[in-house]
Design a protein around this ligand. Sequence first.
Ligand SMILES: [Zn+2]
Length: 91
Amino acid sequence: MIEAHSVEQGGGTLSCEDAVAILWDYLDGELSPEREAAMRAHLEACRPCLQHHAFERAFLDAVATARTSDPAPPGLRTRVTNMLRAQGLLP
Ligand SMILES: [Zn+2]
């Protein structure tokens, strides 16, 4: 099970900035086990990131529903990136 406050264990410390940066890879399941564990730990400990994780998860689900087998169009990713930037989560 995931232990709370374990952000600095295993895969190393993830800042919120790092968590947002790798969120897409996390959602795509492309992280190394260590990074994924660090990401899970961060989401457990960091409510703001968890909210954004839920937001992106919902967004990706919408994208997945809209598409068949093709990758999401680049414009969708740009839109989400702009939304995160507008909320101060990206530089
Ligand atoms: Zn965070």
